[in-house]
Design a protein around this ligand. Structure first.
Ligand code: NAP
Ligand code: MG
Length: 497
């Protein structure tokens, strides 16, 4: 177990402890007895061995989640008590913030300081935010008319009912934050959960599950089955699962849609993106240029919302290209545990191969590299921050989600010229607009076919703000009070008086 030296002691202890599956109150080995290895992306060395759950373990976890849901173990607790427990999860996360950040940095590769300042803070915050909703999940009284029953009188109202047993499948780019985005509304709504973390990054979700039990969530409400894609597939296909919430690739999202057809389970999908970021000449370039660079390079470009298609009004094209290129060249790439590091390694060998494949594809299709385009070093999964020009929407590098620190930069004449190109993608997750003209900003924001539009900023997330995609970027929304509807059924109750 090779771990960089100056790292949180509690995190090292956790990494070196056994990593099992959580079913009810029990931490158990996989039914097969097998484990899989996770790697430190900065070195490519083995970090931990983790129980390799498969369909048998998923089945056991679903049975426990079903029994816990049917027993109403969680929902029969008073809302204010559940609220306090969910709030306590957020508190415990902040108490263990350094440990969680260290786990995230080791497992995913991201810089420790960023994991601490962004991932852990946001993850704790959504538990605090969602805790407030438990006491506010309300139905309505509805004045019904029933025209074919003249003279009859009714009292009608709606109830919001937890949806039942929920499978949650999450990716590796923000392992702790994605677990928090999924688990916090589920707990607020009163469902029971089987969480399947990504095989590359299971550690922080396992530690979070310990904190969830410590906070007082009854055993069986949250179950965690670590494993590979087949464990996720078993969850998506399981007949006793009422709903699946998935974040990951559009390709797997479509497989989940097919798997869910068996029992018509409800689905929400938060999938990929290829987000346009539009810089007008009347923007404040002092914020727009670093903003455009951060839009793509934050989290090594491993963001579903990454501003990966940069469009710049022609007369400022050269300046913005130069500025973003200089920014890319200045980024300190290194181990996430090195305090100087601004960009860590990609998460895995698979992602390294994938991103390097796009470098090749860009070269083959005639893109020009303003900077980058290579793997960095020969140890760990590092790549150079990369800026491409001379691309078009038919080229793979401008059409497909790369999920790495690679941006295409293209000129445009005016708003009418850029809008069709900006909306041309099969994705519709996010978009950015940079201008000082507020009318133009809001007009463009309205025209963009994207679930989030950032004006003069990028990658701004908040627990209270819905996030999700148009088109092939998904179904439904995460966060805000919108997300609670994903976990609630609406029941109409009608009484004739
Ligand atoms: P992925 O395969 O979609 O993985 C996401 C989650 O789904 C993981 O927990 C994964 O398990 C699980 N999974 C895999 N196959 C499944 C199946 N057939 N049924 C149910 N669950 C399944 O994503 P990836 O392969 O790690 O990354 C590939 C690409 O997806 C990236 O390059 C990027 O383009 C995109 N991506 C998008 C997001 C996002 O936030 N929207 C996040 C990550 C990746 P395993 O971990 O075992 O595979
Ligand atoms: Mg995969």
């Amino acid at each position: 177990m090779a771990i960089a030296d100056p790292i949180d002691e509690a995190a090292v202890k956790f990494v070196n402890s056994p990593h099992k599956i959580l079913i009810g109150s029990d931490w158990v080995d996989a039914a097969s007895g097998k484990t899989f290895e996770t790697y430190n992306p900065a070195t490519g060395e083995v970090l931990a061995n983790v129980a390799e759950g498969t369909s048998e373990d998923i089945d056991r976890a679903v049975k426990t989640a079903r029994a816990t849901f049917d027993a109403q173990t969680w929902t029969k607790m008073k809302p204010n008590e559940r609220s306090r427990i969910i709030h306590r999860i957020g508190d415990l996360m902040l108490e263990h913030a350094d440990e969680l950040a260290a786990l995230e940095s080791l497992d995913n590769g991201k810089p420790l300081a960023i994991a601490r300042a962004a991932d852990v803070e946001l993850a704790a915050d959504i538990f605090h935010y969602m805790s407030g909703w438990v006491t506010k999940i309300e139905g309505n009284t509805i004045p019904i008319s029933v025209p074919y029953m003249p003279g009859a009188e009714f009292h009608a109202y709606t109830l919001k009912d937890p949806i039942g047993v929920v499978g949650q499948i999450i990716p590796w780019n923000f392992p702790l934050l994605m677990a928090a985005w999924k688990l916090s509304p589920a707990l607020a709504a009163g469902v029971t959960v089987i969480l399947k973390p990504a095989e590359q990054t299971p550690l922080s979700a396992l530690r979070l599950a310990e904190l969830i039990l410590e906070a007082g969530v009854p055993p069986g409400v949250v179950n965690v089955v670590t494993g590979a894609g087949d464990a996720g597939a078993a969850l998506a296909a399981h007949d006793d699962v009422d709903k699946v919430a998935f974040t990951g690739s559009t390709e797997v999202g479509k497989e989940i849609v097919r798997a869910a057809a068996g029992n018509l389970k409800k689905l929400t999908l938060e999938l990929g993106g290829k987000s346009p970021n539009i810089v007008f000449s009347d923007a404040d370039m002092e914020t727009a240029i670093p903003g455009a660079a951060n839009a793509i390079f934050f989290n090594h470009g491993q963001c579903c919302s990454a501003g990966s298609r940069l469009y710049v009004e022609s007369k400022d094209f050269d300046d913005v290209l130069q500025g973003v290129t200089d920014h890319a060249k200045s980024i300190k790439v290194g181990s996430g545990q090195d305090p100087q590091t601004e960009m860590g390694p990609l998460v895995s060998q698979e992602q390294l191969d994938r991103v390097c494949g796009y470098f090749e594809s860009g070269r083959d299709e005639g893109a020009e590299f303003a900077t980058g385009g290579q793997r960095k070093g020969d140890k760990g999964y590092f790549v150079e921050p990369t800026v491409l020009t001379h691309t078009n929407p038919n080229m793979k590098v401008e059409a497909e989600e790369i999920f790495g620190p690679v941006v295409t930069v293209s000129p445009f004449k005016n708003a009418d010229d850029v809008m069709p190109t900006a909306n041309t993608s099969t994705y519709g997750l996010a978009a950015g607009v940079w201008t000082k003209d507020i009318s133009k900003a809001h007009r463009i924001a309205k025209q963009l076919r994207a679930g989030t539009v950032w004006v003069n900023c990028y990658n701004v997330f908040d627990a209270s703000l819905p996030f999700g995609g148009y088109k092939e970027s998904g179904w439904g929304r995460e966060m805000g009070h919108e997300v609670l509807n994903n976990y609630l059924e609406v029941k109409s109750v009608v009484t004739q008086l």
